[in-house]
Design a protein around this ligand. Structure first.
Ligand code: AVJ
Length: 324
């Protein structure tokens, strides 16, 4: 038994988390960025969400990747470095890696622990493929490892994670990716499609309450890491379709008038007020491709399921100069 393993676990306070929460609770409307869902418990709950009957995106995207990555490989050509943004558990990655004959794999994630685990699993599954994990926030341009500097890149951004961003930020991110991936790059991106409201709402408000637990875990994380005393039972999960913005919004709604403290600061909310915790934008075929073009990428192929519930789009870095 190793004694140093017995030392009490002291959670480091992430100053960016503290700043986002304090600013977000004081703002109007109240809002906390969705990236803070993903502590250990939140990441586990998200994995559970991906297996829910109502949560169609993971299932459909996985089927699309299985069916069409061979074609992606034929268009993109062998020998590219696959660079995955926000690799998480890398669950979908084998479908791509096994079909595009990559020269290396670079998973990028902010969670170092997750990154090491999933990199090791992939390295075991693809023993001859060089894996170069990068612990970084992909919202900023990233310097890729020197070992992969010269080969052409294939960016991989599945899961419709782009939907978490308002279109303006999504555009900025696509441009940053283009910068990080360099000349001649391609990008394979997943986008959730606009569809019937009841299907969308059910995907974000499942019968088993897993998404509710995922949303409410943010309050538990705040209490735990930022010395908060938020009464969790005074809040409920809400998922609503915002037609004008073409997005699902998740909120935490106060069920009664409530007062609490976080990191020594006091807040009060009236019954019915909400904290906006996530946007999940949905795109149609035109708006999705428009987003890519605005971000400096030219769509060259797109695949969807028969019901057009979800799309994977292959795009290439737009040449710097074009005819008008
Ligand atoms: C990981 C951002 C793609 O928006 O569908 C799932 C997160 N939130 N259920 C999504 C999420 C609630 C998910 N993304």
């Amino acid at each position: 038994m190793l004694l140093h393993d017995e030392a009490p676990v002291r959670l480091e306070v992430d100053p960016a988390f503290r700043a986002d929460v304090l600013r977000g609770l004081a703002a109007w409307p109240r809002a906390i960025p969705a990236r803070w869902f993903y502590d250990k418990r939140g990441s586990e709950l998200f994995e559970d969400i991906t297996g829910l009957p109502e949560y169609y995106p993971t299932r459909i995207e996985t089927a699309l990747l299985k069916a069409y990555c061979g074609e992606v490989g034929r268009i993109a050509g062998a020998g590219r470095v696959v660079v995955e943004f926000g690799s998480g558990s890398s669950a979908k990655t084998p479908h791509l890696l096994s079909q595009v004959a990559p020269s290396a794999y670079v998973p990028i994630d902010i969670s170092g622990e997750f990154l090491r685990e999933s990199s090791a699993a992939l390295a075991a599954q693809f023993p001859t493929l060089p894996v170069h994990p990068v612990e970084a926030d992909f919202m900023h341009p990233i310097r890729l490892p020197d070992a992969v500097a010269d080969a052409p890149k294939l960016g991989f951004f599945p899961g419709s994670t782009i939907g978490n961003m308002v279109p303006r930020s999504g555009t900025d991110l696509l441009r940053a990716m283009r910068e990080s991936l360099g000349q001649g790059a391609m990008l394979l991106i997943g986008m959730d499609r606009i569809k019937a409201e009841d299907v969308l709402v059910a995907a974000y408000d499942d019968a088993a309450g897993v998404t509710a637990a995922f949303n409410l875990n943010l309050l538990e994380r705040i209490n735990r890491e930022l010395d908060g005393d938020i009464p969790i039972d005074a809040f409920r999960h809400r998922a609503i379709w915002n037609e004008m913005e073409s997005r699902i919004e998740m909120h935490l709604e106060a069920l009664r008038d409530v007062a609490f403290a976080v990191a020594g600061e006091r807040f009060a909310m009236a019954a019915g007020e909400t904290i906006h915790t996530e946007n999940s934008h949905k795109y149609g075929p035109q708006s999705g491709r428009m987003l890519l073009r605005t971000g400096g990428w030219t769509p060259i192929a797109e695949w969807t399921d028969a019901g057009e519930n979800f799309a994977i789009i292959l795009a290439e870095a737009k040449p710097r100069r074009e005819a008008p």
